[in-house]
Design a protein around this ligand. Sequence first.
Ligand SMILES: [Zn+2]
Length: 320
Amino acid sequence: MKRSLAALGAALVAAFAVTVAPQAASAAAPSWPVLNTGQSGANVATAQFLLRQAGQTLVADGVYGAGTKAAVTSFQTAKGLSADGVVGAATWGALAVTLEPGASNSAVQALQTSLNKYGYNLAVDGSFGTGTVNAVNDFKAKNFLGGGSTVGATTWQFLVGGGAGGAYRLPVDRSILPGSEYDDPHHDYPAIDLPVGTGTTAYAIAAGSVIYVGGGCGLGIGVNGDDGGYYQYCHLSQRNVASGARVNAGTVIGLTGATGNVTGPHLHIEIRVNGGNRCPQPMLTAIYNGSAVPSPASLPSTGCFYSSRSMVSALADDVT
Ligand SMILES: [Zn+2]
């Protein structure tokens, strides 16, 4: 979107006012990630192992398919939760059983899977032995969590909601922009321009593999997402990940800027499925609101831009 410098300055002042508000003594727990059909990765596998622990029958393959949705729905029904087949905060809360060292079960496999997002390289053997105890102690110390080696709801929330592996994450810190910025239409094709100044930390929205993009995109990052979507981030002033690198949702990919074809600093984001641009707005708004995140393939390709320019010409020359 186009904004005057004065408006952008006002937004930055507002964001700064938020960031200097009094801080709690310890970090707030991250949000539980919302898991839904079409997603994949460590958080999905973690939920699957916890569902198995709860007596559900499903394969813990890290892919949220029909079998996982059915197991989630069955679990929700058994727990008296809204049976929507989506793993949100209430479902995570019911799944997150307390674990003590010495335990040996599917929930420990969930614990090991989620710890491995942070590089602990544990065998996912379901045995809460010395190696897993050491990893838990280290993870809890880094996050200022008490309670010894016990893994309770708060520890689970840090593990699955942590910046290095939630299923989806906003591309800039939540305090930077109001939610209303995430549904603004793009000027000429399905994409979105987030009005952020140069030097704002940019994060991967979803997990995948990095490629470098240039041309009108400037210092651009493309991520071939594990969820079947292709995510492109343009006009960065700095790239923080190498071409070919793996990123998770929340990995810092660079700093925003004004490189390439731009009229001023902003973060331009595209999501494509099979080469066709989709509207990022419903996904970003859902992430902002903490509601169920739509899969890339379910995103619309119209209704989020002003003109009806052909996709081919838009992709060829214009990434502002
Ligand atoms: Zn743009």
